[in-house]
Design a protein around this ligand. Structure first.
Ligand SMILES: *Cc1c(COP(=O)(O)O)cnc(C)c1O
Length: 421
């Protein structure tokens, strides 16, 4: 599958129908591309969805129906997985909790439900061990280097807070044994964005870690970080090559442990990014010097990737009849409503505003921000007291609301009658 150059008319129709019915801004997802992505990863023994990319329970249910397992990074994400029908406490390990810390409430819940804990710090190992002897754990290792599409998505190396530092592996295993913990496997997630040079380094590190662990294991996990195209013409990653490198690692690791090892993959973005759109209405078109700013009713409280990472999202303007806005392309920056200079969707890393060559739309037209299915709705906030936007799913021609718009009343209710502490 390659990323289509332009939005299909059917999708623009769905966007406008949703906007008329629910107002803007809103998120629109397509089910079929998510299924397609899940099928592309079928070679792996276990695909474990990192739900922080998009944790809507309807998307979790869809992925569960495809045989995809789930990762949770908070108590809230555990509850989401349960709501979506994932069954904890069986040998299938449908839910795994991954983090660098665990709070008491989450600890009580994982112990109660028998959810394996992927430990990212020796302190976390101790806390799980004290809570329950024999609890199943994974070790999340920082191999000493990392990779990311941005410094903020690099999750390995000496400047990363994530995982157990590779030199602490033996001490961590000693701790696990001291508390009688059952070590399921070793895990490495070094960041977002695939670089094949790095891939082989990670595979070598995993093999080294398996050798040093020197014990039977059930599984190894390659983590997530599979990249997706965000720009027209950007290539898809080669899943066959990715799988081949990890499968080779798994086979070599099995020679060391002397038993079968389950190969897990933990993608977030890959499964959902290209399947989502953010739809907003154009509320102002201003001339600034010799350029234009197009202002939307969506801001970084909805889609934060541009302001946090300088991420690129392609933007299409359509009229309220669904026709692409026509006209000579000219330099345009696309921005939001927030009282904040950085509330600009077209910006490079470091906050430099990018003027893109786009046809000039009019007030009342719509802006469609593409590839917003991952780290879009889940990173939204209530900044400027803006309620969370609704989410809609398009599946076989049917549009369903999978999350209602939050109301301002719901927001204010949290502040009513708090009582004395
Ligand atoms: C965020 C995260 C992932 C998924 O990362 P993607 O880049 O979305 O694939 C996988 N594993 C862990 C532990 C994560 O924190």
């Amino acid at each position: 599958m390659t990323r289509p150059q332009s939005l299909r008319p059917e999708l623009i129709d769905a966007a406008l129908t949703s906007a008329r019915s629910l107002g803007t801004p809103l998120w629109l997802y397509e089910a079929e591309p998510i299924r397609q992505r899940a099928r592309q990863l079928a070679a792996f023994d276990c695909v474990r969805y990192a739900q922080k990319a998009n944790s809507n329970t309807h998307i979790l249910r869809l992925l569960r129906s495809m045989g995809v397992m789930v990762d949770a990074v908070s108590l809230g994400e555990i509850e989401r997985a349960l709501r979506a029908g994932y069954v904890p406490g069986t040998d299938a390990h449908e839910i795994v909790f991954t983090a660098d810390i665990i709070d008491e409430a989450t600890l009580a819940r994982v112990v109660e439900l028998g959810i394996p804990v992927n430990c990212g710090s020796p302190d976390m190992l101790r806390q799980v061990g004290r809570a329950r002897r024999g609890h199943p754990i994974w070790l999340r290792l920082n191999p000493g280097f990392g990779h990311g599409h941005n410094r903020k998505t690099n999750t390995g190396g000496p400047s990363s807070k994530h995982g157990i530092w590779h030199e602490e592996l033996e001490d961590s295993l000693r701790l696990a044994d001291e508390y009688g913990l059952s070590v399921v496997g070793l895990h490495m997630h070094i960041g977002s964005g695939v670089d094949y040079g790095h891939l082989h380094r990670v595979c070598d590190s995993m093999l080294d870690a398996v050798r040093r662990a020197n014990r039977p294991l059930h599984a190894i996990s390659a983590g997530g970080g599979l990249s997706v195209p965000y720009r027209a013409g950007e290539p898809e990653i080669d899943i066959a090559e990715y799988y081949a490198a990890w499968n080779k690692t798994r086979l070599a690791a099995e020679q060391i442990t002397g038993g079968p090892l389950r190969l897990e993959l933990e993608p977030g973005r890959y499964l959902v990014a290209n399947a989502g759109l953010l739809i907003a209405e154009i509320r102002a078109v201003k001339k600034v010097a010799d350029k234009h700013f197009v202002l939307l009713d969506a801001g970084f409280n909805e889609l934060a990737r541009p302001i946090i990472y300088g991420s690129h999202h392609e933007i299409c303007f359509v009229t309220n009849t669904g026709a692409p806005v026509a006209g000579e392309p000219r330099p345009i920056a696309v921005a939001g409503p927030l009282c904040e200079a950085g509330d600009v969707f077209t910006q490079h890393d470091g906050g430099f505003v990018e003027f893109r060559d786009l046809p000039l739309p009019q007030v009342g037209d719509f802006a469609i921000l593409r590839d917003a299915g991952a780290y879009g709705a889940t990173m939204s906030s209530n900044y400027n007291t803006r309620p969370l936007a609704p989410e809609v799913m398009l599946d076989e021609g049917v549009l369903s609301v999978i999350r209602k718009r939050q109301s301002i009343e719901q927001l204010l209710d949290l502040e009513a009658d708090g009582g004395v502490v």
